[in-house]
Design a protein around this ligand. Structure first.
Ligand SMILES: Nc1ncnc2c1ncn2[C@@H]1O[C@H](COP(=O)(O)OP(=O)(O)O)[C@@H](O)[C@H]1O
Ligand SMILES: [Mg+2]
Length: 240
């Protein structure tokens, strides 16, 4: 049985108007599962619905055998499902250390010590007293990851962590995701940067109009000419 199983999920922002239209995905322990798809396909809405931020009107979310579909968002985090939104994912006026302290404080008892996060993200350790708002984009994404990881989640969901980053920082953030996977955390990664995401992913889904249109091993999805042309914005030999 998968660690996270999402079945026939329906969700949306207004009554009677589904944006997520019967999406089914699953993630096994220690996998990086990539979710790709054109702009407006509902990728963000899907992971927000899984996280409990967008109202779910049908289907189910099962984490480690427990149906958590109706569990409020803040309690889903306690059950081990962490979510890093695309933007506004740190407190810019607080220091790096204070950002981690707030996250740890909310989860007293189950939280990893802040020093453990600094060991995982040495760049952040060096800048612990800086305001989070003054970090580079890549470091800010790492802080957002560290804030999510401090609750020791089983599943970490990220919405486009590479957005707005230069290739060098994309590489750094994705290298960290590989390390996080090695520590046993399951990662659900929504990305526009298909090439970089498929390079580190185990399996991938292509979401089209609110439901998964294709699923496959990350390595072969990149090479599938049909998928490439239809959804990933490049032709077979093309560079994104
Ligand atoms: N807060 C919101 N309120 C109403 N509609 C929204 C909201 N956020 C997104 N949508 C709509 O949901 C659809 C899917 O958006 P989104 O999930 O952001 O797609 P993606 O992340 O794949 O680009 C779009 O048509 C978008 O306009
Ligand atoms: Mg999005």
């Amino acid at each position: 049985m998968s660690l996270l199983t999402v079945s026939q999920l329906e969700a949306g922002y207004e009554p009677g108007l589904s944006i997520v239209k019967g999406a089914s995905i699953h993630a096994d322990k220690g996998e990086i599962v990539v979710i790709l798809g054109p702009n407006g396909a509902g990728k963000s809405s899907l992971i927000k619905a899984i996280a409990g931020i967008v109202p779910v009107t049908g289907g189910s979310v099962v984490l480690d055998g427990e149906d958590i579909t109706a569990v409020p968002a803040h309690l889903k985090i306690r059950k081990g499902l962490a979510f890093v939104p695309q933007t506004e994912n740190v407190f810019p006026l607080m220091s790096v250390e204070e950002n981690l302290a707030v996250a740890a404080g909310v989860f007293r008892g189950a939280a990893a010590p802040i020093e453990e996060m600094f060991a995982l993200f040495p760049d952040l350790a060096r800048q612990r007293r800086l305001a989070a708002g003054s970090l580079s984009g890549g470091q800010r994404q790492m802080l957002a990851c560290a804030r999510a990881l401090i609750v020791r989640p089983g599943v970490l969901m990220l919405d486009e962590p590479s957005a707005g980053l230069s290739p060098k920082f994309v590489e750094q953030v994705f290298a960290r995701l590989v390390e996080i996977r090695a520590s046993g955390v399951t990662i659900v990664l929504v990305e526009q940067n298909a090439r970089a995401a498929l390079a580190i992913g185990d399996r991938a889904y292509v979401l089209v109009e609110g439901r998964e249109a294709h699923e496959g091993p990350a390595k072969t999805l990149w090479d599938d000419p049909l998928i490439a042309e239809l959804y990933l914005g490049h032709r077979k030999e093309g560079v994104q």
